[in-house]
Design a protein around this ligand. Structure first.
Ligand SMILES: [Zn+2]
Length: 456
């Protein structure tokens, strides 16, 4: 496996010093803890489910190895733990009563809660993952709902991460599938970075790029085996997810791991899509559907010669700042989302003159850029197949979204983040609307994939 890759990645990382992946890796927790934190006492933090899955075992290992521990902090199993600030306050206040180092035993939400709580107590922490469900284990920052808005609160990544393959294999299948979709999303996010780089918007950082992209095909190549519980495929997935987190850590931004497919996911997340379902819709599942959607958009964009645009006409119809703000406001119905979107859109707004410069540059770089982006991408239909093989949803119906709202997501997602993606390129080149129309037309991508049979 990629032990050397991880070791090399840790050289670039700012917070994480040790990653251990393997069957039975949980045995190494007390020793890793001692190396990093000396004789400090440890406190296992879990929820009712993850405590049963691995927390109790971690506690037992600590006791067996003679580490000092404090009684575990266990959130209730029901209702499912939610990443909201109130939970951070609860844990933080409890941590302040002692000086033990938290050992988070859980997956995305629990890890994020411990990450931020430990930071508010000015303490490092360690993480024992229980599912290969997302790439946040080794990422800086925690995704938390605070004041009614989902936001990334800053806080360092864990000092050490342990991922026991026997534990990960036992995780619910939908969690592993979610992690797979989050990782496969790096195909389109990489393409977005290539575009931003070529247009001088955000230069590619070669080490941050390499950590995520160099082995992506290998990590994501066997979705059916992954679904069947194959150990090697699970190992590849968790390695990819941990490397992706380390990429964000080294570049100090999620650009390495998140593009337009994540903007689809964030938009749906902020609108509460699937939040109240019995099994809340995961981050990865939203990213997966977003990836198919963005890969399909790329196919429409790449078919065109963007070196031959009518720049004068595009300059003429480019909105002023005020018009742009009005158009963003008209697209959103939730007031918080509307304000956030206006701020993000105006942060990346360019004037008509700047548009001319950008489109001229696009004309120069297009032949080369088109080749690079094609080499980075996979056909949308292939991405859909791979996601399906891994057990992920791939279209709007499966995530409870109507076709009209889904089609509108293309334009709306462009407004919610200042990060430059293919959505911005298509908007600036004046082709976003027509590309979307083509995808949803009879015989267009979405029609072919889902044979809509007259619904809507
Ligand atoms: Zn993600």
């Amino acid at each position: 496996m990629g032990e050397q890759r991880i070791e090399a990645a840790l050289q670039e990382a700012t917070d994480t010093q040790k990653v251990k992946i393997g069957a039975g890796a949980i045995d190494a927790v007390p020793e890793i803890f001692r190396k990093d934190f000396g004789e400090s006492p440890a406190i296992v933090v879990a929820d009712g489910n993850t405590f049963e899955v691995a927390g109790r075992e971690v506690q037992r290992r600590f006791e067996g190895a003679g580490n000092t521990t404090i009684e575990p902090y266990v959130f209730p199993a029901e209702p499912p733990l939610y990443a909201e600030y109130a939970n951070i306050e609860k844990l933080r206040d409890s941590l302040r009563e002692h000086d033990a180092i938290p050992v988070a035993v859980g997956s995305g939400t629990l890890n994020d809660i411990v990450k931020r709580s430990a930071h508010e107590c000015e303490r490092p922490y360690m993480c024992v993952g229980t599912a290969a469900s997302m790439d946040g284990y080794t990422a800086f920052g925690a995704s938390i709902e605070k004041d009614g808005l989902k936001q990334t609160l800053s806080c360092p990544a864990p000092r050490a991460v342990v991922a026991d393959l026997e534990v990960l294999e036992g995780a619910p299948g939908n969690m592993t599938a979610s992690g797979y979709a989050d990782l496969l999303g790096k195909v389109t996010s990489g393409a977005d970075w290539l575009i931003a780089d070529a247009l001088g918007v955000e230069k590619i950082d070669t080490s941050g790029w390499a950590l995520v992209q160099d082995h992506l095909r290998e990590w994501t190549g066997r979705p059916a085996e992954l679904r069947a519980g194959d150990r090697e495929a699970t190992g590849h997935l968790i390695e990819g997810l941990i490397m992706s987190g380390l990429g964000m850590q080294s570049y100090q931004s999620s650009r390495t791991a998140s593009g337009a497919e994540h903007q689809f996911s964030h938009l749906w997340e902020m609108e509460g899509l699937g939040k109240d379902a019995d099994l809340p819709l995961s981050h990865g599942f939203k990213v997966g559907v977003g990836s198919v959607a963005i890969a399909a958009l790329y196919e429409r964009v790449l078919e065109r010669d963007l070196g031959d645009l009518d720049i004068a006409a595009l300059r003429e119809s480019w909105p002023t700042r005020e018009e742009m703000e009005r158009s963003v406001r008209a697209q959103h119905t939730s007031p918080d989302l509307e304000e956030g979107a206006v701020e993000q859109t105006l942060a990346k707004y360019i004037s008509a003159d700047e548009l001319v410069q950008r489109l001229r540059l696009l004309g120069e770089v297009w032949p080369q850029l088109r080749g690079k982006v094609r080499a980075q991408l996979m056909p949308a239909a292939r991405i859909k197949e791979m996601l399906q093989a891994a057990g992920c949803p791939t279209g709007p119906g499966e995530i409870g979204l109507g076709w009209e709202d889904f089609a509108a997501t293309y334009a709306r997602a462009q407004t919610i983040r200042k990060r430059y993606t293919v959505l911005d390129l298509a908007l600036e080149a004046g082709i976003l609307e027509e590309c979307v129309d083509e995808m949803f037309a009879p015989e267009g991508f979405w029609d072919r994939m889902f044979l809509r049979e007259g619904d809507e």
